[in-house]
Ligand binder design. Structure first.
Ligand code: SAH
Ligand code: SF4
Ligand code: F3S
Length: 442
């Protein structure tokens, strides 16, 4: 028998952790079809982009990347190029007409169709799969994922979103909310624990609504209890939580279960009630602040992070001041700031009173400047404390040093032996910078 030539795939992932998890899953599916991952497009048989449509810039990035990758196909026409993910789902066939080098388009629910898309491409047909899920067994595909890290893993628990925030494409490109049955979640985490994984991040657009649309009566806090019973997992995190759905029960569950990390990403988007209502976020500033107080009362050392959108249509100077004051009042450990991007098909893209780009950029800079000060102050306050680090490996900027993360998800650089990778070590913090901490082993 002639041995099958091993093929290679270059996969580039854009966007959120959900895409990262899907990309690892694609590599698993491709592994079964005989493809090995490679970290360069040069010489790869298959080039796959897993795309993000959240803002116009994210979408533009995909097309400029495709423009570059086209060269590989011009050099060797047997190279196949596929586009998966959220831009694939939103533009569908439109991608084939816009970029002639693309062979196939794979939507967000079509992972099971990936081998079929490649077969079609090999016969010279350009194909699109936007819904099929042919022969797709999610739990098996999750178990076969080819993961980036050997110690930390993503585990999706809920897909899609039913919230319909006025600016957001996610419900359109990821579909309605579907909770993954608990059994598959537990099997995936059990398997990871047996393979030596120490830290798990549970994923979903709104993890707090886990189970709400199903009849099984297993809610998010039940899931947390079940996950924490799996031996071998030291740390559990979850993203993203919606402030409107974060219940007192979940907060108390977080505080009571040892493996759940003292960190929460709770996107607020704006500090102005008027803008929150126009965004259709479904909560007020007061409610948000009350959730923060509840979290800090239950877990005094908790690290909090958030997302902010500036320049939403109709955002006045006064509204923006309220966002700044909320950021100051909460004192987040970190935040992601974005300028509002009008996305086709979303209600916010039709709203009048657009904020001028220069004004929006100035507001974004003010948010980032304020947060830099707050982060530096909060990180400085940790100097002298002893923290537990999960060591991730060498510090990319200092080959002699190591990098790891605290339970509060802060990056720590320290000197140590590379054999510590993948273990938990105690480190004394000696310096707090805006984006990381420096420490020494005591
Ligand atoms: N499900 C999560 C976040 C999903 S998108 C949540 O509800 O919080 C991640 C972040 O991108 C959002 O929190 C928001 O801050 C930002 N974002 C989403 N749509 C955007 C848009 N049209 N323009 C600018 N930022 C946007
Ligand atoms: Fe988008 Fe809102 Fe759903 Fe988050 S909760 S994914 S911002 S619609
Ligand atoms: Fe982007 Fe899709 Fe995630 S739009 S943020 S990759 S769900």
């Amino acid at each position: 028998m002639v041995p099958m030539k091993e093929k290679t795939v270059y996969l580039k992932s854009f966007g959120c952790q959900m895409n990262d998890a899907d990309s690892e899953q694609y590599l698993g599916i491709l592994g079964r079809a005989g493809y090995k991952p490679t970290d360069t497009p040069d010489g790869a048989d298959l080039i796959l982009l897993n795309t993000c449509a959240i803002r116009a810039k994210a979408e533009q990035k995909v097309f400029s990347e495709l423009g570059r990758l086209r060269e590989y196909k011009l050099r060797d026409p047997s190279v196949k190029i596929g586009v998966a993910g959220c831009v694939a789902q939103s533009m569908g066939k439109g991608i084939l007409s816009r970029e002639p080098a693309v062979d196939f388009v794979l939507g967000t629910g079509s992972a099971g169709d990936l081998p079929e898309m490649i077969r079609q491409a090999e016969t010279g047909r350009r194909a699109t799969s936007l819904l099929a899920k042919r022969e797709f067994d999610l739990d098996t595909a999750r178990l076969e994922s080819v993961r980036t890290s050997l110690y930390h893993a993503y585990v999706p628990i809920i897909y899609g979103c039913d919230n319909h925030c006025a600016y957001c494409v996610v419900p359109g490109v990821r579909g309605p909310e579907r909770s993954r049955p608990l059994e598959g979640v537990l099997r995936e985490i059990g398997d990871l624990a047996e393979r030596g994984y120490r830290e798990i991040t549970l994923l979903g657009q709104n993890v707090n609504s886990y189970g709400k649309k199903d009849n099984e009566n297993i809610m998010f806090s039940d899931l947390l209890h079940a996950v924490c019973k799996i031996p071998g997992i030291d740390r559990i995190r979850f993203v993203t939580s919606h402030p409107g759905d974060l219940s007192e029960e979940v907060v108390h569950t977080m505080a009571s279960l040892g493996p759940i990390c003292e960190a929460l990403h709770l996107p607020v988007q704006s500090g102005s009630d008027r803008i929150l209502s126009a965004m259709r976020r479904g909560y007020t500033r007061a409610h948000y602040l009350q959730r923060i107080a509840l979290l800090r009362e239950a877990m005094p050392g908790i690290a909090l992070s958030t997302d902010i959108i500036v320049g939403f249509p109709g955002e006045s100077d006064g509204d923006f001041e309220e966002t700044l004051s909320l950021i100051g009042d909460v004192g987040f450990d970190s935040l992601f700031g974005f300028v509002f991007s009008p996305r086709p098909g979303t209600p916010a893209s039709e709203l009048p009173r657009r904020v001028q780009e220069t004004v929006a950029q100035r507001r974004l800079q003010a948010v980032l400047d304020l947060q830099r000060e707050i982060s530096a102050r909060r990180n400085n306050a940790l100097v002298g404390s002893l923290v537990e680090i999960l060591v991730e490996g060498r510090n990319p900027r200092d080959p002699q040093g190591l990098t790891g993360r605290t339970r509060t998800n802060k990056i720590v650089h320290f000197q140590g032996d590379v054999s510590l990778t993948g273990t938990l070590v105690a480190v004394r913090i000696t310096e707090g910078r805006p984006n990381c901490l420096i420490g020494v082993q005591p």
